[in-house]
Ligand binder design. Structure first.
Ligand code: HEM
Length: 504
């Protein structure tokens, strides 16, 4: 008994000494770095707990609000301390962001590790040679020629969406998020995976709920240093929920992969031309160095990545766009005029082609302005790997830098009247690195052109048929951030049918 009490006390003492040493070392390092980088300021922090006391509001929109307030109050470049006063840098300053993104060795920050149980070591998470190999496989799937082929599918799904929305004409406020979500899911599954899910008619409620819950859990983990350790996390209620949702999502993804594999077997190689090669087919046929096929886990990770990145971002952007259009009648009218000038005033425009869609310059500005005010990827992270230099100072290897795109895009010094929806602002030159909805450089979004094509097509189809008018004030837009920025409690508009009302 006495021996075990002694051992316990000794272990406790060792742990306390270790923590004291770590806290002391980290605080000293932070101090040195701050002296070298005068453009950075430290967020208030406590010994051991760091700045955790600033992040007590864990409501869905709370963390975003806290970060915005920190930047407003303390500046564009911050040093934030975490558990044991480990620290990371936060920035929304284009001048600093440019230097961070120019580092040659690109490593994603530690929080991407929290995505691994779900996405595996997929292209969004991995670095180095593995990432290069994956990107070589996925790039051709989103080549210009493939995008042309995707257009009929996107058009068909947009027509279904319009039919779904017609029943809400002249009705009460409508939350457009959910219908847009199923629209985007159908498109990414059919174009990239070659699998027709028909979610618009047969909603996949479980998958949607699981994905929503999982990203919420992951986001909370990013800002709670107590949950950083995998071991500790696995023992918490949140960790167990995360595990259950990942299992359920993987089941769904597996069924999508199996369906495509079955289709590939059903259409023999001799009739290959009947089978359009999709992103999924490329994954299934890929051989890595050493002639090794991608493992089942690799394929599942990549499919999960593209299913998520390919629908969640587009859904939110379209939901935000329709909301802003409903509140800015003059912008909506100008957008509609452009659509009429290219496609005529039919409520069901036909002959959408890649070429005609590129004529829609104002539509592009509307999407750009939407992604400025509401960048659907609000924050990205990098990890210094030795060659990252800020203001002449080499950032210590292993330091994380969080780039806050949302705060930068809403900075009134960079965007005068930042809270006004004004697409025309993009006719003027921007400060370099001040607009990064798709990030930039080699790790920028692979789906950027695909997303633009999908969003433009949706806007043409929707605007040709409906006029969007403001919802009731009680349903005004609020935003929340988990991994993506999305409407909190919905994105509401009212619909007016253009085929019945000519007073546009
Ligand atoms: C409005 C739509 C979209 C926005 C705003 C957006 C934004 C972004 C951003 C900011 C990144 C960089 C992430 C980081 O550095 O951690 C990214 C990466 C990525 N996006 Fe998108 N995205 C959109 C649509 C799409 C679509 C439609 C797809 C798939 C078809 C897609 C697939 C990806 C992938 C796979 C990556 C990882 C690329 C890499 O690291 O090599 N995204 N996206």
């Amino acid at each position: 008994m006495a021996i075990s009490a002694f051992l316990f006390l000794a272990a406790l003492l060792c742990s306390v000494l270790y923590i004291v040493h770590k806290v002391h070392r980290n605080r000293k390092r932070a101090q040195v770095l701050l002296q070298q980088l005068p453009s950075f300021r430290a967020l208030p922090s406590l010994p051991v707990l760091g700045s955790a006391h600033l992040f007590l509001d864990t409501t869905p929109d709370g963390t975003l609000r806290t970060i915005v307030n920190c930047h407003r109050r303390y500046g564009k470049n911050l040093l934030m301390q975490e558990l044991c006063n480990d620290f990371k840098l936060l920035t929304c300053d284009p001048r600093v962001i440019e230097q961070v993104l120019q580092a040659k060795t690109i490593v994603k920050s530690n929080f991407y590790h929290f995505l691994q149980p779900w996405l595996g070591r997929s292209s969004v998470v991995s670095s180095g040679e593995r990432w290069h190999n994956l990107r070589k496989v996925t790039n051709p799937a989103f080549h210009y020629n493939m995008l042309q082929d995707f257009l009929p599918t996107i058009e068909t799904q947009a027509a279904i969406l319009v039919r779904k929305l017609v029943q809400h004409v002249d009705g009460p406020d409508l939350d457009v998020y959910e219908p847009l979500q199923y629209f985007a899911m159908d498109i990414i599954c059919e174009t990239a995976m070659g699998v027709r899910l028909a979610c618009q008619s047969n909603p996949r409620v479980q998958f949607v709920q699981d994905s929503e819950e999982l990203v919420d859990l992951i986001y909370k983990r990013i800002f709670n240093p107590l949950l950083a350790s995998d071991l500790v996390y696995a023992c918490t209620r949140a960790g167990r929920r995360a595990k259950a949702t990942v299992r359920s999502i993987h089941q769904f993804t597996r069924s999508v992969i199996c369906e495509r594999m079955k289709h590939m077997q059903d259409v023999p190689v001799s009739r290959e031309s009947e089978r359009r090669s999709t992103f999924m087919d490329l994954l299934l046929q890929t051989r890595l160095a050493g002639d090794e096929l991608l493992s089942d886990d690799d394929i599942r990770g990549e499919v999960n990545t593209f299913m998520f990145a390919g629908h969640e971002t587009v859904t939110s952007c379209l939901a935000f766009a329709l909301y802003h259009l409903s509140r800015n009648a003059h912008v909506q009218q100008r957008l509609y005029d452009e659509i009429v000038s290219v496609y005529g005033s039919a409520t069901e425009p036909v002959a959408l082609t890649y070429a005609t869609l590129t004529e829609l310059k104002y539509t592009e500005l509307v999407i750009r302005e939407t992604l400025r005010m509401n960048p659907t990827v609000p924050m990205i992270g990098r990890l210094a790997a030795g060659d990252m230099v800020i203001d002449g100072v080499t950032i210590p290897t292993g330091t994380e830098i969080m780039i806050n795109i949302y705060v930068m895009h809403n900075d009134p010094h960079l965007y005068p009247d930042a809270d006004q929806f004004r697409p025309e602002r993009f006719l003027e030159d921007l400060q370099p690195y001040s607009y990064l909805p798709f990030s930039t450089g080699v790790r920028s979004c692979i789906g950027q052109r695909f997303a633009m094509l999908e969003m433009k097509t949706a806007l043409v189809k929707l605007l040709s048929r409906f006029r969007f008018v403001p919802c009731e004030e009680e349903n005004a837009l609020q935003v929340k951030a988990n991994l993506t920025l999305k409407p909190f409690r919905g994105s509401f508009v009212k619909l007016v049918d253009r085929s019945m009302h000519y007073d546009v």
